[in-house]
Design a protein. Structure first.
Ligand code: ADP
Ligand code: ZN
Ligand code: ZN
Length: 729
């Protein structure tokens, strides 16, 4: 009888053997239900063999192999294998966690027949309808109409994605002559709906370079200033790939960016089946998108980090947008980098991968300088006459700050409102104020479970920890001295919003941060309001800075950026620069000239100077030189052995024991265990040990051996894991 080797979602790095009489080599990559201890578990078959080292009497028989879906392709299993080895994470956990939740259940999947997918098109009459004629209580109808007004041709699937109940409005609207039905057969693949712009010389060169080498592995670093039209380069290369009948995987850092990109892609490739895969979907939606990708029906797959593990039988191109973004690296469990996995996948399939950014990560920039990646530069803004914004520094040592805002910034906002343009005030801290302080003894409210302060959320009279989610109500008096004069200290988005409302009572102000966008369609509604000019002043965190295109934004004000200038994290400057470039890049993208005002105490700091001159290369060279001298990445490769437990001593003891076991070669260096920068999180103490080497290969070889040795250290009090290429310390 054949033996199947099964990967199961358990924290042991081994495969489990079972008898399966009906198994054949075609079943590799299928899900299987097996007995595991006293439980029934789901696994994935990764190999079939004729023999096993398990004793005959101990060998169990699999319950059943699920054959309703196609198996995971061999190349994907190979990717999982690589991922498991490189990040030192059990294969079964790697595989099972990559699957949609419904595939992790121990039962057959009900595959619904896909919708006929006829399309509906807005008529000239429909185009005249104002969303306001629909009563506000019919929220779904309003959303549907706005969607039509943005993209006049929508498929049934797209309509269902707006809301499962959205299609109930269609018959009535057809009758009213607002929309017409387009049969599914009327569609052809890869026809442009919106007419594409004439490419700029830089775009043309980039598209030419990429599309003439599509069938060969190449990593292209598409380095283009904000507003240079990177998206258009993506669209043209995707078009080329669609013509070959192949799939494109587009990875983006944030779920909030999906609606905007989705709209752009849909209006260019209206007839092309496309799916989005991100954590905002429910289990059914996610499964359905995943299956469409796996079957090859979906030609464009737009997703966040996890989408890199989607089975794609006909992959022709991978795009990683905003490649420098740290959200591509998962920060718990399997600590993988989706960008790096994307590159591995492109190499596997001998296809192109595009890393797009205005401020590439120093790792990628270094790879481009050394010739491992090919650089494509887009030097100027794509829209004719649009120029990069003017950046000015407001010295806060001479300009007094009131409620977080200086007089020159207030003046500029005032002028912006008179000109009927929009402005954006950026402050990367949500809540009202970062600290609640006792004015008489200096006590401040801290989280009991984390080494962090509690943030003041004035509106709901709560103090909240942004690390663990803990909330408590305001204390009546200082717990230390009894004084009742407790005051919020510093600025958060809510306080800035309040201050702006006081200064500009007639202005329409919209705050965009994680609190205000929590509701499911909040983002979409807010973006629409901005595009329809229903907002004058935007106040927001980095949520706003990424990728969004606001054509009427002429002024950006940046508050409180200084705090990251002198951080102990060696990547802080790189990140701050990328973030500020991105925010600054929101200004003046169309016909309006943009201005950026930065309030700072350190106007002569090299980072601000580089920013002012839009000089990424200048700063990158300074930072790379520093990294080289200090032996930091990208000149060395790093890994962290992380541990957490109830007491710091337990963690440090464990790390010291692990260190004693290590027999590193000369090229691999182990440092002393130290507490993590955030040493307490969610009630656990955390510490870590840094390992680094100039050779990635030697580091890997060492980690593999060492990992096995650490396994033997039985210390149940400490939870530990290896973090390869760590971004957080
Ligand atoms: P990036 O992602 O590089 O910051 P976008 O892709 O958002 O820039 O493009 C910025 C703006 O330029 C968009 O409004 C886009 O429609 C426009 N655009 C892109 N390419 C062209 C072009 N060749 N001609 C005119 N406008 C363009
Ligand atoms: Zn006090
Ligand atoms: Zn906390």
């Amino acid at each position: 009888m054949p033996i199947i080797r099964v990967a199961i979602n358990v924290p042991v790095d081994t495969l489990f053997d079972y008898l399966a009489e009906d198994a054949s080599p075609n079943d590799i990559g299928l899900r299987v239900s097996v007995p595991f201890g006293k439980k029934k578990m789901i696994g994935v078959i990764v190999a079939i063999s004729a023999s096993t080292s398990i004793d005959a009497e101990k060998l169990k028989t699999a319950y059943c192999i699920f054959r309703e879906t196609k198996p995971l392709p061999a190349s994907l299993l190979e990717l999982f294998q690589f991922c498991s080895q490189y990040y030192h994470h059990p294969l079964g956990m790697v595989i099972l966690n990559s699957l949609p939740a419904k595939m992790r259940h121990n039962k057959t999947i009900q595959i619904k027949k896909p919708a006929s997918d006829q399309s509906f098109e807005l008529t000239p009459i429909g185009k005249q309808i104002d969303v306001a004629v629909i009563p506000a209580r019919n929220r779904v109808a309003r959303r549907l109409l706005s969607a039509f007004l943005q993209t006049p041709l929508l498929t049934e699937t797209q309509i269902k994605q707006i809301s499962p109940r959205a299609n109930q409005w269609l018959p009535q609207w057809i009758q009213q002559g607002w929309i017409t039905v387009k049969p599914a057969s009327a569609k052809t693949t890869a026809t442009a709906v919106t007419s594409p712009p004439v490419l700029t010389t830089d775009q043309e060169a980039a598209v030419q370079a990429i599309t003439s080498h599509l069938k060969k592995f190449n990593c292209w670093l598409l380095h283009g200033v904000t507003g240079s039209g990177k998206t258009e380069v993506y669209l043209r290369t995707i078009e080329s790939v669609l013509k070959q009948g192949k799939q494109t995987l587009v990875l983006i850092p944030e779920i909030s960016l999906t609606p905007q990109l989705e709209t752009i892609f849909r209006s260019r490739f209206a007839a092309t089946p496309m799916v989005s895969l991100h954590s905002g979907l429910n289990d059914t939606e996610r499964l359905s998108g995943w299956l469409q990708a796996q079957s090859g029906v979906a030609k464009i797959i737009l997703g966040t980090r996890l989408a890199v593990f989607t089975p794609l039988p006909n992959l022709g191109l991978i795009i990683v947008d905003e490649e420098q973004d740290s959200s591509f690296k998962q920060q718990d469990g399997l600590r993988y980098s989706a960008r790096d996995m994307a590159i591995f996948r492109a190499r596997q399939h001998s296809i192109a991968v595009i890393l797009g950014s205005a401020t590439p990560s120093l790792e990628s920039y270094h790879n481009a300088l050394s010739g491992r990646y090919h650089t494509l530069r887009l030097q100027s803004r794509a829209i004719r006459n649009a120029v990069l914004p003017q950046i000015h520094l407001i010295d806060t040592r001479t300009s007094k700050i009131q409620d977080g805002l200086t007089e020159p910034l207030i003046q500029a906002i005032h002028q912006c409102l008179i000109d009927k343009n929009q402005c954006l005030i950026f402050i990367n801290r949500r809540g009202y104020a970062p600290v609640l302080l006792c004015k008489s003894c200096g006590w401040s409210a801290v989280c009991q479970r984390c080494s962090s302060r509690l943030v003041v959320h004035l509106r709901d009279k709560q103090l909240s920890c942004h690390h663990c989610g803990h909330q408590e109500s305001f204390p009546r008096a200082c717990p230390q001295c009894g004084n009742q004069d407790l005051a919020p200290f510093g600025q958060g988005t809510q306080r800035v919003e309040e201050a702006l409302a006081a200064s500009f009572p007639a202005a329409r102000i919209l705050r965009i941060d994680r609190d205000s966008t929590r509701r499911k369609y909040a983002w979409r509604d807010m973006l629409q309001a901005i595009h329809k000019q229903q907002v004058d002043i935007l106040v927001g965190t980095q949520l706003l800075s990424k990728g969004h295109d606001f054509p009427n934004l002429s002024l950006v004000g940046i508050l409180n950026a200084d705090s990251s200038l002198y951080s102990t994290d060696f990547r802080a400057s790189e990140r701050l620069f990328a973030q500020l470039m991105q925010v600054a890049g929101r200004a003046g993208r169309a016909q309006i000239a943009g201005t950026v005002l930065i309030q700072t105490e350190f106007p002569s700091h090299p980072l601000y100077q580089a920013l002012q001159h839009h000089d990424y290369d200048g700063l990158a060279h300074i930072l790379l030189t520093e990294r080289k001298t200090a032996e930091f990445p990208p000149y060395v490769f790093q890994a962290l052995l992380r541990g957490e437990a109830h007491h710091l001593n337990q963690v440090l003891d464990f790390l010291n024991q692990a260190r004693k076991l290590a027999k590193p070669p000369k090229t691999v260096e182990l440092f002393d265990p130290v507490p993590a920068q955030m040493h307490r999180l969610k009630g656990l103490e955390r510490a870590q040990l840094l390992i680094q080497s100039t050779s990635r290969k030697q580091l890997q070889d060492f980690l593999t051996k060492w990992w096995m040795q650490i396994q033997v250290l039985t210390n149940h009090k400490v939870r530990w894991m290896l973090d390869v290429d760590p971004l957080e310390f």
